[in-house]
Design a protein around this ligand. Structure first.
Ligand SMILES: C[S@@+](CC[C@H](N)C(=O)[O-])C[C@H]1O[C@@H](n2cnc3c(N)ncnc32)[C@H](O)[C@@H]1O
Length: 194
């Protein structure tokens, strides 16, 4: 080892530097298999824990935990609410007013916890949380199709929303009958009577 060190000392600096570069590059290439493993773990972690959704706006509605909201917006079709988008998203609203209806994705920010089986207002029998529209769910996301009355800058005036005042908005999409209207859909466990 000492012998090697003495020899290296005698070499010009740039040669030592070049040798070190080659050694480091070779190590990087040889760890590629491990790197792939690290990448896939990182990807898995990102998929499991790294989903960060930004609040892009807020709902202004006449409803609150005290002044209850309809179970579905469709049950109060004429009640007007506002979707106040953060100003930086105004450009992203271009042409949204060409649609009569939009889908509003919001957060049930005042619900807590969830159970795999849920008792609904419709019947005694419990149903799986994913077979219901319960606000208490693993990811507390609500989605309502609303009528878009008009847009004023970054504020949308809508009818038929069922969210509490102050609910964070995480996405908006146009409701497109050609894509979203399903003619042969059934009522599931709700049956045709509801
Ligand atoms: C049954 S959920 C249906 C929501 C949406 N249409 C859906 O299907 O995802 C509607 C109920 O959620 C509750 N809710 C609305 N906004 C909420 C909020 N920000 N936090 C917690 N619960 C909320 C109200 O009780 C309302 O009646």
């Amino acid at each position: 080892m000492n012998h090697l060190k003495q020899r290296l000392r005698r070499l010009p600096g740039f040669v030592v530097h070049a040798v070190l570069c080659v050694v480091i590059a070779a190590q990087a290439v040889s760890c590629c298999g491990d790197c792939q493993e690290v990448d896939s773990v990182r990807k898995e972690r990102t998929e499991d824990f790294g989903m960060v959704f930004n609040k892009i706006g807020v709902i202004r509605s006449p409803y609150s935990a005290e002044k209850s909201a309809p179970r579905q917006g469709k049950l109060a079709p004429n009640v007007e609410s506002l979707i106040v988008m953060n100003p930086e998203y105004e450009a992203g609203l271009k042409d949204i007013e060409t649609f009569s209806h939009i889908m509003v994705f919001y957060v049930f920010d005042r619900s807590s916890g969830w159970n795999p089986l849920v008792q609904t207002p419709w019947e005694q029998e419990r149903h799986g949380v994913f077979a219901t529209r319960s606000p208490r769910r693993p990811n507390p996301i609500g989605m309502t199709v609303v009528k878009l009355v008009r847009r004023s800058g970054s504020t949308l005036h809508v009818q038929g929303l069922d969210a509490f005042d102050g609910s964070p908005v995480i996405d908006l999409k146009p409701y497109i009958p050609q894509f979203d209207g399903v003619e042969d859909a059934n009522q599931g466990w709700l049956g045709d009577g509801n």
